[in-house]
Design a protein around this ligand. Structure first.
Ligand code: KG4
Ligand code: ZN
Length: 338
């Protein structure tokens, strides 16, 4: 079955065509349009602007993906759209268009959970992880550890009680005066930093449990940065040192909790997905630590770690293939538990 996937939950318009089932060719084409420049001057995503831009970009992107796959509407056999969680207006753009096209083309439609998309994204790669596995989902909106037995069989092992890891990256980047979106910029700056200069705490690792708390780290960064600024004229190296200490603290905390989760679940496989899993240091350290424990680590290529239509097309394909589909009514669920 060939499924068109549509992702519009935040500030990326993602579209993809995925062909699954026996003999299926896999990902036929995908495209992402990022609204970064649109929101940069505001230092964060402006929901109304995001919705309007999704309206402008979605249809041209669908045409582009069909062209790239050398296909037409007649070749699409199902449509999957992100129905939540996310920005309600942005979600409604994708849901309305996805549901309408499915009606017009006479094919089934399915509403996909954005985090299930991230969770299944590593299955688009070769080799794909076999079930069961533990998933670390680290994005701008979520930080979760999930015990995954099969598609649809998910148990949350732990999650952030405050900021998501990506959100903490973005807020700390803002404190350090880095341009939006801060996560990747902070990671680049951290590469120049001295890891021994500062040591930030590893929150909630001194007690049992798999929950996270990242909001305190930005306060550490703020205090360190203000002190440096009051004490010296040239703060460039200090800024990189703080970025490095922050990144180390997040990475180390994620590693400690992943180790615990894998042990608790008796898992042999761990997957990472979501924007923060594009972080090079996190990947290298996770490979190293899990490798030493005989646990195989899987993550998608960087373009499929951040928001994209391919993961939605894939998750939708699995749901449609299992017989799920939506009635003609559609909606968005800005808050939606996995
Ligand atoms: O999955 P995603 O694209 O959107 C959400 O569903 O939230 O994740 C975006 C988040 C942002 O917070 C961004 O700063 C962070 O992922 N991010 C990174 C890196 N690349 C993206 N954080 C740290 N290091 C990176 N290389
Ligand atoms: Zn996401």
């Amino acid at each position: 079955m060939r499924v068109l996937g549509i992702e519009t939950s935040c500030d990326e318009t993602g579209v993809a065509l995925y062909e699954g089932g026996p003999g299926g060719a896999g990902l036929l084409a995908h495209a992402v349009y990022s609204q970064i420049e649109l929101h940069a001057e505001y230092g964060g995503v402006v929901p109304e602007l995001a919705s309007r831009d999704h309206i402008r970009k979605l249809l041209p992107l669908i045409e582009q993906v069909l062209d790239e796959a050398a296909m037409t509407a007649a070749d699409v056999q199902g449509i999957a759209y992100t129905a939540g969680p996310g920005l309600v207006g942005a979600l409604l753009v994708g849901a309305a268009l996805g549901r309408s096209l499915a009606w017009a083309w006479g094919v089934p439609a399915v509403a996909v959970h954005h985090m299930e998309g991230h969770l299944l994204a590593p299955l688009l790669e070769d080799p794909a992880p076999a079930f069961p596995f533990v998933a670390l989902l680290v994005s701008g909106g979520h930080t979760q550890l999930v015990d995954v037995q099969a598609i649809g069989r998910y148990r949350i092992l732990g999650e952030s009680v405050d900021d998501a890891a990506g959100e903490a990256f973005d807020k700390t980047a803002k404190i350090l005066g880095l341009p939006y979106p801060g996560g990747p910029a902070l990671a680049r700056l951290a590469e120049q930093g001295d890891p021994t200069r500062y040591r930030f705490p590893r929150p909630m690792t001194d007690r049992p449990g798999l929950d996270f708390s990242f909001s305190g780290l930005k306060t550490f960064a703020l205090n360190a940065w203000q002190k440096e600024q009051s004490e010296r004229d040239d703060t460039e190296q200090a800024r990189a040192d703080i970025a490095r200490a922050f990144e180390e603290a997040v990475v180390e905390t994620l590693l400690i909790k992943c180790r615990r989760a894998v042990e608790a679940a008796g898992a042999k496989r761990l997957i990472m997905s979501g924007g923060v899993s594009a972080n090079r240091r996190l990947r290298a350290r996770m490979d190293e630590q899990m490798g030493a424990r005989g646990v195989a680590v899987f993550y998608p290529r960087a373009a499929l770690c951040t928001d994209n239509g391919a993961m939605i097309a894939f998750a939708g394909h699995e749901r449609l293939a299992a017989g799920q589909q939506e009635p003609l009514a559609f909606g968005a669920r800005p808050r939606w538990a996995l």
